[in-house]
Design a protein around this ligand. Sequence first.
Ligand code: M6R
Length: 614
Amino acid sequence: MCGIVGYLGTGQAYPILIKGLKRLEYRGYDSAGVALVNQGSVDIHKCKGKVSDLEDHLNGVIPEGTLGIGHTRWATHGPPNDINAHPHASGNGDLAMIHNGIIENYATIKETLENRGHVFVSDTDTEVLIHLIEDIQSKTSVDLFEAVRLALAEVVGAYAIVVIDKKNPDRMIAAKKSSPLVIGVGSDGDYYIGSDATPIVEYTKNVVYMEDEEVALIDRNTGLKIVTIQNKEKVPYIQELEIQLETLEKGGYDYFMHKEIYEQPRSIIDCFRGRMNVQQGTIRMSGIDDHAEKWINARRVIIVACGTSWHAGLVAEYLFEDIARLPVEVEYASEFRYRNPIIYEDDIVVAISQSGETADTLAAIEMAKEHGAHIFGVCNVVGSTISRTTHSGAYTHAGPEIGVASTKAFTAQVTVLTLMALSVAQKRGTISDARLHRLIAELNSIPDKVEEVLKTNDQVEYISDIYKNAGNALYLGRGSSFPVALEGALKLKEISYIHAEGYPAAEMKHGPIALIDEEMPVFVIATQGQSYEKVVSNIQEVKARKGKIIAIVTEGDKTVKAMADHSIEIPKTDESLVPLVSVIPFQLLSFHIAVMRGCNVDQPRNLAKSVTVE
Ligand code: M6R
């Protein structure tokens, strides 16, 4: 996590840095800071809180300089306070640095440096690294570029860093390992740096995605030079960005999350556009078609992911097993990698990640690669680390998701995974033509059905008002509605801070039922399908204990509606596609409750959008 920006060019750096930090604030908002080189000094301004707090802290002062760096922090080492905020300075005050990642061996380096007389003011690993760079410079009298390279050769851990020097207003040095870093190359000799391309897209579409263990020198006079930590020169590969500026704005909504919930009919279409032919009943996905033999002969599919992406993976388990008859295991990436799992060369590992940067998912991929498995990535962010690390993959094309709580990313992931299951089923001959045609046509109708569900907004808002002060909530579902129950509970807890649990409806009687009383709202997905009658019984069990039932039902339902305290109707669809529509009321519900409770919807406490630490 943490967002980093940098600018070296002909204009004033500060407005570019502040705007960039606002774009990257989803990555962490514990503190913010900037450093600018101006007339032989490096001016650092930083404070606890958000980028707007930094602006308040500056109290109308606009720092000057055409070279600068900025940082928005998600705290790892040391509490969020002014001192631990980035940028950090070297001991002599010449250098300033921003960092995203974790230096794992910082304690050992710190001890050595303290023995050599270095004094540290913060609790951060970042300050240790900038002192190490300074120490190497003073011992060896190499230039800053070389000192950064030599320092990084001693470092264990993850980093994306940018370093500036008050004595050299014409240069900035950047480097990366495991944390993302993008360099924008402007037409007028201006250079931009960002943790992702969002702070850059406004100024240039030409970007270089840095690779691990690369160090870049950006010089006003000589341009961009990249070497590896082993000092091998690389030719920068400039790519053209595809994101549009409007997608990074709120577009009339008060919250990004609200906008993103409403974008889903469009983002689902964007996801299947060009991949699905409704008339012919075919699916085209190059990531699968180009490796058809691997999918046909696969022993099993292992899905690795975290959070919401893991929930999408659970939905996919039902799809792949039912439609493609392939055994599937769905793993938390963080658990999988430390379990010494058995991975075969004919396994396919599907890594799901909106950001494409999640450290645990990346580490799981690396481990699976070592075992020879084929790795398939389902990512949203184009050019992200995971999308570049995998053997093949499919983008979700949901567009930038800025709200920390995932909404459109989830439905786009489920859409891609559905397409994948259909494509693989077709190749493996496990689906009849009639069913394939039917499912493709049904998937094609999902955006309209999501549009219909969005019309329940006022009703959901009314229900939200009734339950906004609940202390706990239970979410229940069966089959592929169970992951939706998990996702509903995650949405509520992460943005409303109400404790919520998702359970398979039938599991309730094995423990959670003890929690039910007249205070407990129980959100149940009770749509038509093979478990409908069973879910009806589960609802009776809740009612018998005076719990409040809020049910998601298929339109026209009578049985559950008669029993529930509130019910929200959603359009009928094939049972395997229900998650794409049933999740929408839960997204709206958590959104409204969070707004009513005065919570920060887009930037919930303690969270960050992109989790690049393990
Ligand atoms: O970027 P990823 O999909 O890999 O992120 C994984 C989780 O951190 C993420 O899904 C998180 O749970 C959601 N933002 C919560 O809404």
